[in-house]
Design a protein around this ligand. Structure first.
Ligand code: PRP
Length: 175
């Protein structure tokens, strides 16, 4: 099986993650501990790299959601599969996502987590397929804007394949 073509190289990801970490560290300096919530599974590598480059106190949490399907087509409805363990009330929260496609996942998470009264809640997203967006979501820290290619690697999969590829690759779904 051929290796996916490169869309974003390992070096470019690393440089952008460093920039995002520096920006977040500056923005949250003197605000106390930042709660990072990684959205499983796709965000696990991005969260691991980003969190290790922050220079501020941080607390790591994970959350998992699933999209309801009508046959093979996502319906836009999202359900919670695994919640965070900690209370976020009165705390500064940053949601970490690998990709925003239609926007439904992040929209659902923002609504749900805002209702728990955090001190603030923002989003950090590695990839945004902006032309695919169906619901508007605020992305406060963005890695890269991409087209509507099918992307894998750095946490993203196609049918669970290629998640641990060190770069963002493009595949044809029947590769
Ligand atoms: C992906 C990605 C986001 C979501 C974005 O998750 O990690 O959570 O889709 O899509 P949306 O903007 O259209 O809602 P996926 O369902 O592939 O699960 P995974 O992260 O476990 O692979």
């Amino acid at each position: 099986m051929k290796k996916p073509d490169t869309l974003i190289s390992q070096e470019d990801i690393e440089a952008r993650v460093n920039e995002l970490a520096a920006q977040i560290s500056a923005d949250y300096a003197d605000k106390g501990e930042l709660v990072l919530i990684g959205v499983l599974k796709g965000a696990f590598i991005f969260l691991a790299d980003l969190s290790r480059r922050l220079t501020i106190p941080r607390h790591i949490e994970f959350i998992a959601v699933s999209s309801y399907q009508h046959g093979s087509v996502p319906s836009g409805a999202v359900r919670l599969v695994m919640d965070v363990r900690a209370s976020i009330e009165g705390r500064h929260v940053l949601i970490i996502e690998d990709i925003v496609d239609t926007g439904h996942t992040l929209h659902y998470l923002m609504d749900m987590l805002k209702s728990r009264n955090p001190a603030s809640i923002k989003t950090c997203v590695l990839l945004h397929k902006e032309h695919m967006t169906e619901v508007d979501v605020d992305i406060d820290y963005l890695g890269f804007t991409i087209g509507d290619e099918w992307v894998v690697g750095y946490g993203l999969d196609y049918a669970e394949k290629d998640r641990t590829l060190p770069y963002i690759g493009i595949i044809e779904p029947d590769d």
